[in-house]
Write a protein that binds this ligand. Structure first.
Ligand code: PLP
Length: 388
């Protein structure tokens, strides 16, 4: 039998894709399944963005591009960053990547090895821990608690940092909780990190424009004191409903940029050219479709929260960002993963069990409200009926 030498025995996965496959199987068997499992907008990519990709193909953009992306796209990212954060960044520090995930892959690969610690949010996006384990580094969970509004605490996070901490991964607005960490907590953490100048930070800001009720998203780019060790992950997947295009960007400190450029050359050469032209249209074009999508998400968010809280033994905090609800199901007496499986197999509703996002996810399930209000109502009717 083969024995791989690197960490493939430790690499994990994202259960949302397993649930998606199982939901498709059940649907093929003739079952009616409502999918509140997968984290992708149910809206099509706005038409002007699609047109820009078609035009790029017709104009003959069929070849390799620079490994870090075409300059007009990197400039567009710099413009958007200035607009959303007030911070001027050089396009020379922007790398265009095939999806947001690739930035976390690269950053964790750069900082992970046996003997070091990497901190990541728990509950949090499952690939953080999976990739940390792949590199042999020790994963150190940063608790994200409901009683803190699903924000991380600056103080608690700081208490976990030590000389072995090579990288701290932060995510706000967050998957799977919809939590947003207030600026004051981030400030506390960053102040304390002065004592650990060799610890890098990866800020996953992929949901930066998905906030509700006037909540402020704080980009870590707004802290100049960490600019030389900050990697920012962002992309087109969520904001412009472009998950299948595989298009993301990251901002790298000068000291790491060359590593990232060379990794791109070694691994994917460049992102497909027409998708990059679509990315420019997304940033520079009209944002009405984005605004309409967010208005729909907001209505669904309120619907999900209202309906879940009306179910006996379920409580659901109001998510402040992204498009996920993370209801507390402890009082139902169910273990979260068992409940998620039963809801899919018996009630025809796909959700994800909280423990798929980390140990602290027990007692919760994640519902993605990227589905129509009609389907959300049917799905919650089914959950209610099932628990009864
Ligand atoms: N970061 C977080 C927190 C996510 O939830 C996701 C996708 O679900 C990603 C990154 C990856 O995005 P992409 O599909 O662009 O790779």
């Amino acid at each position: 039998m083969f024995k791989t030498i690197s960490g493939f025995d430790k690499i994990g996965e994202e259960n949302a894709f397993t649930v998606l496959a199982r939901a498709a199987e059940l649907t093929a068997e003739g079952r009616n399944i409502i999918n509140l499992g997968i984290g992708q907008p149910d809206f099509p990519t706005p038409p002007h963005i699609v047109e820009a990709a078609i035009k790029a193909l017709k104009d003959g953009h069929h070849g390799y591009t620079p490994a870090t992306g075409i300059l007009p796209l990197r400039e567009a990212v710099a413009r958007r960053t200035l607009q959303t954060t007030g911070v001027e960044i050089s396009p020379e520090r922007v790398v265009i990547v095939p999806g947001g995930k690739v930035t976390m892959f690269a950053a964790i690969l750069m900082f992970g090895a046996p003997g070091v610690e990497i901190m990541y949010p728990d509950p949090g996006f499952p690939i953080y821990r999976s990739m940390i384990e792949f590199t042999g580094a020790t994963p150190v969970p940063i608790p994200v608690r409901e009683e803190n509004g699903f924000a991380f605490s600056g103080e608690e996070t700081l208490a976990l940092v030590n000389q072995k901490t090579s990288l701290i991964i932060l995510n706000s607005p967050a998957n799977p909780t919809g939590g947003i960490t207030p600026r004051a907590e981030i400030e506390k953490l960053i102040k304390g990190l002065e004592k650990f100048p060799d610890t890098a930070i990866l800020s996953d800001e992929i949901y930066d424009s998905m906030t509700y009720d006037g909540e402020e998203h704080t980009s870590l780019l707004t802290f100049p004191e960490i600019r030389d060790r900050l990697i920012v992950l962002n992309g087109w997947s969520k904001t412009w409903a472009m998950t299948g295009w595989r298009l993301g960007w990251s901002v790298w400190p000068d000291g790491l940029f060359e590593n990232m450029r060379k990794l791109a050359v070694n691994a994917w050469s460049c992102v497909n050219a027409p998708a990059q032209f679509a990315g420019i249209a997304a940033i520079d074009g009209p944002q009405d479709d984005v605004a309409n999508m967010m208005a729909a998400f907001d209505r669904r968010r309120q619907l999900v929260v209202r309906r879940l809280n009306a179910i006996e033994n379920i409580t659901c905090a109001t998510p402040k960002g992204a498009f996920y609800a993370f209801p507390n199901i402890t009082k139902t007496g169910w273990q979260a993963k068992k409940l998620a499986t039963a809801l899919l197999e018996e009630a025809g509703v796909a959700t994800i069990g909280g423990p798929d996002f980390g140990i602290l996810g027990e007692g919760y399930i994640r519902l993605s409200y990227a589905n129509s209000e009609e389907n959300i109502n049917i799905a919650i009717d089914r959950i209610e009926e099932f628990l009864r």
